[in-house]
Write a protein that binds this ligand. Structure first.
Ligand SMILES: [Zn+2]
Length: 306
């Protein structure tokens, strides 16, 4: 079996496998994730993470990029020999708190026992709609200083674009009703990738996840800044989304990878299945070319040696 590189995963959400039916609207899904994470016992996440690592290994994954918000996964990742970057997630809507949250995250990483050889930490300011421009810029600077990578979810849904561009829509209303948006929150009036560019976070050490809603101009920005992209076929199918951006990203020369995303929006952590789904979503792409995007050797781009 060939070895694979999974460039986007949330091992900690494995306890939600099968919990939320496919095609649940994104905003409702997000609310369920938040509620279920709050109610979760650490041991549920722990056993799901251990099972996920086993499933990855069994299905041929040899290197991994994982997002960690519960701060449970690094201990389990440390215990296996898989080359991995663990991106610590930061969510902060309030400018008054955002940079303090980042500083606390960096201090937490520095206080951790070293990860195993071939492993490291990264920073993940979650998404344009859950962070502030100051947080994004400061995280990019902190990552540069520490020689770390950034991973940000971007342009995943039409609701995200509507919120950033026009300050309205289902995602905006959901976050507002949830009490997440600070008083007087002002939308940037830009599309997600334009906004990330203006916040100074694009570049060769930044990885953007999903990018379903990008315009050709935004793709050109990614190519120009050598920003990297990861697309998630299983999640795309789960949510029943429209056009898949993979071919457009590749045609523009954007370095693009494949990821499973989490088991809360995918039924498997098999990269073989992701390759098959990507081929179905992009029939114009040569299957061999699609498979090469998930080859374990591509983990070397992130300093990982499978
Ligand atoms: Zn994700």
């Amino acid at each position: 079996m060939p070895g694979f590189f999974n460039a986007h995963c949330h091992l900690e959400l494995g306890f939600l496998r099968g919990a939320i039916p496919p095609s649940t609207p994104f905003v409702e899904w997000l609310g369920q994730i938040a509620r279920r994470k709050r109610a979760a016992r650490p041991e549920d996440a722990q056993s799901a993470i251990a099972a996920g690592l086993f499933e990855l290994r069994e299905s041929g994954t040899q290197a991994l990029l994982d997002i960690d918000s519960m701060r449970i996964a690094p201990d389990l990742i440390r215990a296996v020999e898989m080359p991995c970057l663990s991106f610590t997630e930061i969510i902060a809507f309030d400018p008054a708190e955002a940079v303090a949250r980042l500083n606390e995250t960096v201090a937490w990483q520095n206080a951790q026992p070293a990860l195993a050889a071939g492993q490291g930490f990264g920073l993940s300011p979650h998404a344009p709609y859950t962070t502030t421009p100051e947080l994004l810029a400061t995280a990019a600077q902190a990552a540069r200083e520490a020689g770390q990578w950034l991973c940000i979810h971007a342009a995943e849904t039409p609701e995200e674009t509507e919120m950033l561009l026009h300050g309205r829509g289902a995602l905006h209303d959901f976050l507002n009703d949830f009490g997440s948006l600070p008083q007087g929150w002002k939308h940037p009036g830009m599309r997600p990738v334009e906004y990330l560019a203006a916040s100074g976070v694009l570049g060769p050490h930044t990885l953007l996840a999903h990018l379903n809603e990008v315009t050709d101009e935004e793709i050109a920005l990614l190519a120009k800044t050598q920003t990297r992209a990861v697309v998630c076929p299983g999640t795309h199918v789960y949510f029943g989304r429209g056009a898949f951006p993979l071919k457009r990203l590749l045609d523009a020369g954007v370095a693009t990878y494949l990821g499973t995303d989490s088991l809360a929006s995918n039924e498997s952590l098999s990269m073989m299945r992701e390759i098959d789904l990507a081929c179905e979503l992009e029939p114009a792409l040569e299957p061999r070319r699609v498979a090469a995007l998930a080859d374990a050797q591509r983990a070397r781009d992130f300093g990982l040696t499978p």
